[in-house]
Ligand binder design. Structure first.
Ligand SMILES: C[C@H](O)[C@H](O)[C@H]1CNC2=NC(N)=NC(=O)C2=N1
Length: 231
């Protein structure tokens, strides 16, 4: 599958850890609230206030200290998003499952509930001619760093990543860049249907792994659920 992004794109980086595939991650007890998207395992818990989000943040910090692995955390008054990964390309290991379970325990202690419909990772896919390398330009413009041969990422993992792929046959009516959206597997098709209801079109379907969508004026968006089922 084209989608074995994370497997292939450890990109020669063998950090000597035992990779936990998404299917194995999901088989771990206590991580039921989590989804595996591009760049790691993610969860979103709703909070009633910023103060409650901060209280949860303190619990997350305790969980991280206990497990010995630090997550990325996005704190908003509406809720808290947590991401864990082991390798820079988002590949997981057992420690991510342990941290995920510990974070969920803290959330449940506070009575928080997760909402997977709030999870998504967006990226910009840039097509380039086979013998052209435009990565240095994009690296300079964004101030991004390389991960493997195909991706550039925000060093603090905030903005969308850039993915470089070869421009295959010219595709009139579709530009040289498209948007990638990685969502929980259970959300992908709903998102496709919502996009169609809003005037979009399915240009090609690789259901349930990914759909290539076109906006009413032919901008491309790929909606991907595959990261959540990789075995
Ligand atoms: C829809 C499809 O899953 C996406 O276009 C994938 C394909 N493979 C990919 N591979 C890499 N390395 N980065 C990506 O962002 C990416 N996106």
């Amino acid at each position: 599958m084209r989608g074995s992004k994370m497997a292939q794109d450890g990109n020669g980086v063998d950090d000597g850890f035992v990779r936990l595939m998404p299917k194995e991650f999901h088989a771990t007890r206590g991580v039921e609230d989590w989804s595996v998207l591009f760049w790691g395992a993610h969860v979103f818990y709703r909070t009633a206030s910023f103060a409650q989000a901060a209280e949860f943040m303190a619990g997350i910090a305790r969980a991280a200290a206990l497990v010995g692995h630090d997550p990325d955390v996005d704190v908003r008054p509406e809720g808290v998003t947590v991401r864990t990964f082991t390798r820079v390309d988002g590949a997981l290991s057992a420690v991510d499952a342990a941290l995920a379970a510990a974070v969920s325990e803290e959330a449940h202690r506070l009575g928080l509930t997760s909402d997977p419909t709030m999870l998504q990772i967006s990226g910009i896919a840039v097509a380039q001619d086979a013998n052209l390398d435009t990565r240095p330009f994009w690296e300079a413009v964004f101030g991004y760093r390389r991960v493997g041969d195909e991706d550039l990422i925000d060093p603090l993992r905030r903005g969308p990543h850039l993915w470089f792929h070869e421009l295959r046959n010219p595709r009139p009516g579709r530009g040289r860049t498209h948007i990638d959206l990685s969502v929980p597997a259970a959300e992908a098709e709903k998102r496709v249907q919502a996009a169609v209801a809003a005037g979009g079109r399915i240009a090609s379907s690789n259901a349930p792994y990914w759909w290539t969508m076109a906006s009413p004026d032919n901008h491309g968006v790929d909606i991907a659920g595959w990261a959540d089922f990789e075995e």
